[in-house]
Structures are given as structure tokens and as C-alpha cells.
Design a protein around this ligand. Sequence first.
Ligand code: 5GP
Length: 193
Amino acid sequence: MKLLEEKVLKEGIAVNENILKVDGFINHQADPVLMRAIGEDFANHFKNQGITKIVTIESSGIAPALMTAAAMGVPLLILKKSPSRVLNEDLYQTVVTSYTKGTSYELTLASRLLDERDHVLIIDDFLANGEAATGAVRLIRKAHATIAGIGILIEKAFQPGRAKLEEQGFCVYAQVRIGRLSKDVIELVSKEL
Ligand code: 5GP
């Protein structure tokens, strides 16, 4: 997606060969015009597939996922990293290791919010090792819902996330694919003509 590619190249900060900072336009400060365009692009890519809900993981995926949900006219379901036990609800839970923090968290979904009638699209900001998306898949399967595909804003194509998800048969669509990072250098995956 051209608009996001331009933004990443202009305003993304390559911290080292593994980490890209996008906190000026996605996950600390969010650009609403860009978020709307991102949502429309995902909605267009995954149209006519009978999607009933968008699923994302708090918190960085929420802005683009909400815009995708608005463009598709379906609800957004936010998987929580720290469960609220106040209502003592029935929960589905699975442990996920955070790529950026190196720590683990318990991804949580209230069981009443998803069931076998749902066909969902997973949206997340980054794809690195595929841990977050695979955790989301495990929870969605616990609810017996089905998965239309996985939409990612920024894929680090030199890391194994895509292969891990495609091996499981998922359709992965990334709006920006990064081929290489090093300090202050961002290279996109070159596109075939
Ligand atoms: P994965 O689970 O695929 O290994 O990593 C994806 C998650 O880690 C994303 O939800 C994102 O929050 C975080 N992440 C992975 N790589 C990066 C990165 O280069 N920059 C930022 N800002 N977050 C990242």
C-alpha cells in the first residue's frame, strides 16, 4: 500500500536490524487519515468473504483494526493482554511471548463474544515471528470460529512470521513488506514488475 510505504520510509525509525519504530503515526501518535486509508485497503482486499468480525490484539492494532471494521460494517473484537476478572466471566486464554518486550502475556477473550457462526479477519500492526497472530488463531479456534485471513500493516519479511502462518494455510496480506533493516536504514521488499 503506497501511502503506508511512503510514511514508513519517511517517518519510520530503524532502531537496529530487528526493530522499526512507528510511534509517530501508528502506535503512540496515530495518523487518522492514514488509519482510514489502511482500513479501506484491508476492507477492499478481504471483501466478499462473509467476514463477521475483525479481531485484533491490544493495543497497537486497535486504531487500524477499528477503521477496517468501520469500512466493512462489522464489529471489532479486541483480544486483551490482561484479563479483567471483575465479572468472573467464562474466558478463553492462551500464553503469547511478546516480540518487543521478550516477556509473556495471557491473551484473553470472553467466550460470549465469539462463536462458530463467526468468520473473522485478524489485523495486527507488525508481523515478526508470528507469535501474536498464532496466539489470536488459538483463541479464535477455541471459540470454534473460522478465519478468513490475516491483515498486517508492516511485515518484516526477513523474519519467520509469514512462513509460520502460511504453513497453517492462512492467507496473509501485508500492506508494507520490509526486506532489511539496519540502524537508520529501511529497505522494502522489491516488487516484481
Ligand atoms: P510477532 O508476534 O509476530 O513475533 O510480533 C508481532 C508483535 O510484536 C506486534 O503485535 C508488535 O506489537 C510487536 N512488534 C514486532 N516487531 C516490531 C517492530 O519492529 N516494531 C514495533 N513497534 N513492534 C513490533
